[in-house]
Write a protein that binds this ligand. Structure first.
Ligand code: BTN
Length: 239
């Protein structure tokens, strides 16, 4: 995969825009990066706060084989973790897509695509949002939730070298698909094992202990005598 990187100052959402370009035939490897997003989006219909100083990038891929979106989400999370480590920091992953640093959420991944009638992808857009440094003003509802990867990395030059590293790591894993060479790393990066979590399934809320990740990237949670394999949604930490 060859990358073509396009940079914009401000956009509503790099994912939204890149999906439009994908429909018009943009090639695999097209990367859109923005200094800020005015309508950044997260999973589960949430907003993603995207002031300048962060990394907001979307990568277009066109896999030629069937693949679950979870595989691409988890693969990207491991590529992000590799890159953070290569710049001297560490992170953990809160299943399925949240990047945690120092006990707070420092970023996330949003995978969106279109599937052909044959069940293959027409395109997939993989959005990555990371607070590289702490924003100077944070909305009050996020103040106790978000954190940053680094203490003081606000310049675009750093953002660009971080993105370069991330794209190299991403490609290394992407080119081994459908082999999930990153599965063990993804499992080892989880921050929820042994923790009490709540989750909702079919309209009911359950409480249990997160145990492991299976080979389809489902989170296994023990709730009383039942074992749940969570495929989608999220868990909330209770302790
Ligand atoms: C999440 O936390 O649920 C996922 C956040 C993903 C944010 C990134 S920023 C680049 C891309 N464009 C978006 O609108 N969202 C993703």
């Amino acid at each position: 995969m060859n990358y073509t990187i396009h940079h914009v100052k401000s956009i509503d959402s790099t994912n939204t825009f890149l999906k439009e370009l994908a429909k018009q035939g943009a090639p695999e490897g097209y990367v859109l990066v923005a200094d800020e997003q005015t309508g950044g989006r997260g999973r589960l219909g949430r907003n993603f706060f995207s002031p300048s100083g962060g990394l907001y990038a979307s990568i277009l891929v066109r896999p030629s084989f069937a693949l679950s979106p979870a595989v691409l989400t988890c693969m990207t999370a491991v590529a992000v973790s590799d890159t953070i480590s290569s710049f001297g920091e560490t992170c953990s992953i809160k299943w399925v897509n949240d990047i945690y640093c120092r006990n707070g959420k420092a970023g996330g991944i949003l995978v969106e695509g279109a599937v052909t009638p044959a069940g293959l992808y027409e395109y997939v857009v993989i959005g990555i949002g990371l607070n590289l440094s702490m924003p100077s003003t944070i909305p009050s509802d996020l103040r106790n939730i978000i954190t940053s990867v680094f203490d003081n990395k606000t310049d675009a030059a750093f953002r660009d070298s971080f993105l370069q590293g991330l794209l190299i790591s991403f490609r290394r894993y992407y080119e081994t698909l459908p082999t999930i060479s990153f599965w063990k790393k993804y499992c080892d990066l989880q921050n929820c094992y042994g923790r009490k979590v709540s989750f909702t399934q079919d309209g009911r809320t359950y409480t249990g202990i997160a145990e492991s990740i299976d080979n389809e990237f489902r989170l296994i949670v023990r709730a009383g005598s039942s074992l749940f394999s969570l495929e989608r949604g999220e868990v909330n930490f209770l302790l």
